[in-house]
Write a protein that binds this ligand. Structure first.
Ligand code: CA
Length: 237
């Protein structure tokens, strides 16, 4: 039994009884310590008193909208938040991410997907804690390697030439691999806060990156489009 896993605590904020019990069972079987809250206010209190390692948050809560929970939580805490939502509205998912949620999962979902998302978010939050001074390890997945320390990108050991913007975009995605980054976030990080919100320049750059790294840009292996939300890069190994 893995001791670190046994100590990882997760707070689930969800008003629907059946989803609460499904998730609780799945997480207990995986040896996470799970606490549940039925509403947003309770959830915020428990976040402060328990300081969980991760929060699973339903957006449609009876007392306080999930968006409000994220906003309040982010005023004092960086605990990773995965939004669980029945809403299929891309704008809302993007808004939750822009408010500071780390990821989202859409109902209905299976245990395997849920556990994978939790592991990814926990790994990112640990990396953030370690990363303060050191350069991250190279990104590697399938044939693609990115050496952050000397700005070298290789595909099957051949050097890939990227423009500065393309390199910035690809490394931002790679350093957050497994996580979806919204169009707004990417635009602001690469082109600054005063850029207009037309994503054309982002899409053009992404198309160029894909032509250089993907065998078939229409069926990408490395950078995936989350329609209406943003891009997610395959988790490095
Ligand atoms: Ca709900």
């Amino acid at each position: 039994m893995n001791h670190n896993l046994a100590k990882t605590s997760i707070l689930l904020i969800e008003d629907e009884e059946n989803i609460r019990s499904f998730i609780s069972t799945a997480l207990k079987n995986t040896n996470y310590k799970i606490t549940t809250a039925k509403g947003g206010n309770d959830g915020l209190h428990l976040s402060a008193s328990l300081c969980p390692d991760l929060i699973l948050l339903d957006l449609g809560l009876p007392d306080l909208d999930g968006m409000e929970v994220i906003r309040k939580l982010r005023s004092w805490s960086s605990i990773p938040v995965i939004v669980i939502s029945a809403r299929t509205n891309e704008h809302e998912k993007a808004r939750a991410l822009d408010l500071g949620a780390d990821d989202y999962i859409t109902k209905p979902f299976g245990t395997v997907e849920l556990l994978a998302r939790i592991r990814t978010s926990l790994r990112h939050s640990h990396q953030m804690q370690d990363m303060a001074s050191t350069e991250p390890a190279p990104y590697h997945y399938k044939e693609l390697t990115i050496h952050f320390e000397n700005h070298v990108v290789t595909l099957s050991e051949e050097n890939i030439h990227l423009t500065q913007i393309e390199y910035k975009l690809l490394t931002l995605l790679a350093k957050n691999s497994g996580k979806v980054l919204t169009y707004t976030y990417l635009m602001e990080k690469i082109w600054g806060p005063y850029t207009d919100n037309n994503n054309q320049i982002l899409r053009v750059n992404m198309a160029n990156i894909r032509r250089k790294i993907e065998k078939n840009p229409a069926a990408p292996e490395y950078v995936f489009t989350e329609i209406g939300i943003g891009y997610r890069m395959a988790e490095g190994d």
